[in-house]
Every structure is written in structure tokens, then in C-alpha cells.
Design a protein around this ligand. Structure first.
Ligand code: NAD
Length: 342
């Protein structure tokens, strides 16, 4: 039997712990796995692009466990009543190849993306950061806010989205959790005076959601939404005066903000900051950019964390995903006896 965490159980598990606590716990697991980055299989994800959006498979292994995530990215989906991003994923045992845990990952992806942002911001943002400017207040946004509170204690938010209803939803969801939120009149208004800026928009375009003149010395930019070829958020001039940190360089050159730059554009892989192999922030007035696209190891970690947390609890069920005949060579015996004779 295979362990399964569906949407209902994921919601119950996250609610029982509170989303910020789940994110904080996942940060610790990510910290462990980023520090052993080189032990993992690492390759850019496999993407299938259509005019509608992208469907991606994200595999990796630490040679003990193997994981993959199926994820879509369809920026026009909300206008049709669907979400931009949905996902599910699997953790398996490399010894026999059998699945261990199948899980919904739409919610888990939002949690892991926030946890990754939090881990990075803890290293790269100024520790005295108090205000975050948030551009884009769709599905990922509240999770991102909770991640920054977990990492830096940020409670003051300025939000801008082209959709006023999305901003109202953001305020409605987060004010009860003690955030001080102001709905801004523009992206420039949201980012004025911010210590951290999160861009989290969805548009299949080389967009300039964050202009160079909105970026002040000392800012940490957590760039989440530019994660596909032809889909960016930052004015490339920002990159020229920032230190840019990435997950897996080969994938980010295809998908991230740095797709706007030549192959020679210098970046630092974030795991190296954690292990001390590369510097992180070295000056208070330095501009740091996390060019986030989401990498398979983060999903591996999220599944590893989930697996540990829900093992043997009421938040998982067992499903018969794999056919298991009594005799491992007699697969036909499972169906042959019952098959009608013609
Ligand atoms: P969503 O569609 O729910 O929300 C996106 C929001 O951006 C919408 O409310 C939309 O109105 C707003 N928006 C679009 N263009 C804008 C602009 N120019 N200015 C201000 N607001 C604008 O999408 P989501 O699930 O929140 O995802 C957001 C982005 O993050 C997507 O591009 C998605 O692919 C990406 N993403 C990245 C990672 C990662 O690991 N880096 C993980 C998950 C999602």
C-alpha cells in the first residue's frame, strides 16, 4: 500500500498546525537539504509549453529517495475559473522503486515556495527589515507574507495588484493574523520605503512589474513570478546593480529573470551561501535578488517533511496504487482467474 495525503487531509494538517508553523518547520528541512545540495541529482525540469501555459515534471533523487512533482502554470486560468498553479507529487524508495507517499502539492507548493523564500531572506535580507512591498496578491501571496514573518518578523505589508478584489482578499486573509496592511495605489507606492519586495505576479510576458527606479539600496528582492521562458517581472537594469542568487543555475538561465541576460551574467547558487562557499549579503546598502523559479529539490524536501510529519497520523490514508501480487512473478494471476472465458 502507498501512503496518500489528499487535499482534505492536507488542509486539516496545515490548519491543525497553522500555516506559519508549517512553513517554519519546512525552512529547517530546506536548510538541511540545501546544505547537502551536491548530493542530489540536479537537472532543469522537463517543460511542455503550449499557447495555454506550461506543464512541468520536476524530478530529483538523493539516491535514498526519489521524488517528482507534476505542476502546471497557466496565467490565464483565473479568468476561466481555474488556478494558475496546481500540483501533485510522489516520494519513492530507490531500493525497490516503490512509491512511499503520493500527495496533493498545490497547497504544499505554496508552502514550500514561501519556506524557500524565507530561508533565502533569512540569509540575504537586512536583519532589521520591517516592511515588505508585495506586488501580486494571488494564490501564493499570503503564504509569502507568512514566510517573511517566519524569517524576519515582518508584520507590515504594502500590497499592489492590478486586481482590486485580489488585494481585498489578501487583506481579509491576513489582517486577522495580526498583519498591518496598506493597499497601495501602484507598484511604486507599494515598494516605497520597503526593505523586502516580493514580486508574485502571473503573466506570460516579459513584464516590468518592478522598475529600476523603485529599487532602493539595501533592498532584498524576492522575485517569485518570473519562472518560465518569456515570463519575467524585473527591469533588467535592476539585475545590473544587484547581487543575484539562484537555485540551480542551468534552470534559472532558462526560466528566471536572468533569461534577460547573457550566459556569462554572474550569479551565486544559494546553497553555497549556506555552506559558506560563497558570500551572501556583505553590505547594508547592497541590493540582493533571489531569482526564484522553484527547483525539484525543494519539492523533494517538502515531501520529505510532509512524510515525517504525517506518518501514522489521521492526516494520511493508505491507497492501493501499486499492484502487488502474492507471487511477484504472477501479475496475471491477479486478473486471469476472474477473466471471462470467450
Ligand atoms: P495567481 O494567478 O493566483 O496570482 C497572480 C496575481 O498577479 C493576480 O492576482 C494578478 O492580478 C496579479 N498580476 C498580474 N500582473 C500584474 C501586474 N503587472 N502588477 C500587479 N499584479 C499583477 O498566481 P499565483 O499562484 O499566486 O502565482 C504567482 C506567480 O508565481 C506565477 O507566475 C507562478 O508561476 C509563480 N510561482 C513561482 C514559484 C516559484 O517557486 N518561484 C512557485 C509557485 C508559483
Amino acid at each position: 500500500m502507498t501512503r496518500f495525503v489528499g487535499v482534505r487531509d492536507m488542509v486539516r494538517w496545515v490548519s491543525s498546525r497553522a500555516p506559519q508553523a508549517v512553513i517554519a518547520g519546512m525552512v529547517d528541512y530546506l536548510d538541511e537539504d540545501f546544505r547537502r545540495w551536491e548530493q542530489f541529482e540536479r537537472a532543469p525540469r522537463v517543460a511542455s509549453h503550449t499557447p495555454y501555459g506550461v506543464i512541468e515534471l520536476m524530478p530529483t533523487s538523493d539516491f535514498e529517495k526519489y521524488a517528482f512533482k507534476y505542476v502546471n502554470g497557466h496565467p490565464s486560468n483565473p479568468t476561466l475559473g481555474f488556478q494558475t498553479v496546481t500540483a501533485f507529487g510522489l516520494l519513492s524508495d530507490v531500493r525497490n522503486g516503490y512509491p512511499i507517499l503520493l500527495a496533493e502539492m498545490t497547497l504544499l507548493t505554496a508552502l514550500r515556495t514561501a519556506a524557500t523564500s524565507a530561508l533565502v531572506a533569512r540569509q540575504l535580507a537586512r536583519p532589521d527589515s520591517t516592511v515588505m512591498g508585495m506586488i501580486g496578491s494571488g494564490s501564493q501571496a499570503e503564504f509569502q507574507a507568512l514566510g517573511m514573518r517566519a524569517a524576519l518578523g515582518i508584520n507590515t505589508l504594502r500590497v499592489w495588484d492590478t486586481d482590486p478584489l485580489a488585494m481585498q482578499k489578501f487583506v481579509r486573509n491576513l489582517e486577522p493574523l495580526g498583519f498591518d496592511i496598506r493597499i497601495a495605489s501602484s507598484a511604486a507606492d507599494a515598494t516605497a520605503g520597503a526593505d523586502v519586495v516580493t514580486t508574485c505576479t502571473a503573466d506570460k510576458a516579459l513584464a516590468t512589474v518592478l522598475r529600476d527606479d523603485m529599487v532602493q539600496p539595501g533592498m532584498h528582492i524576492n522575485a517569485i513570478g518570473g519562472d518560465c521562458p518569456g515570463k519575467t517581472e524585473l527591469d533588467p537594469a535592476i539585475l545590473d546593480r544587484s547581487t543575484v542568487f539562484v537555485e540551480h543555475t542551468a534552470q534559472t538561465r532558462i526560466e528566471g529573470e536572468i533569461q534577460q541576460k547573457p550566459e556569462s551574467f554572474p550569479v551565486t547558487e544559494f546553497w553555497q551561501v549556506l555552506t559558506g562557499d560563497a558570500p551572501g549579503r556583505v553590505a547594508a546598502d547592497q541590493i540582493t535578488v533571489f531569482d526564484s523559479v522553484g527547483f525539484a529539490i525543494e519539492d523533494f524536501t517538502a515531501l520529505r517533511y510532509l512524510s515525517d510529519q504525517v506518518l501514522g497520523t489521521e492526516y494520511e490514508v493508505q491507497i492501493d496504487l501499486v499492484a502487488e501480487p502474492d507471487d511477484p512473478k504472477d501479475l496475471f494471476g491477479m486478473v486471469g482467474v476472474l477473466a471471462p472465458i470467450v
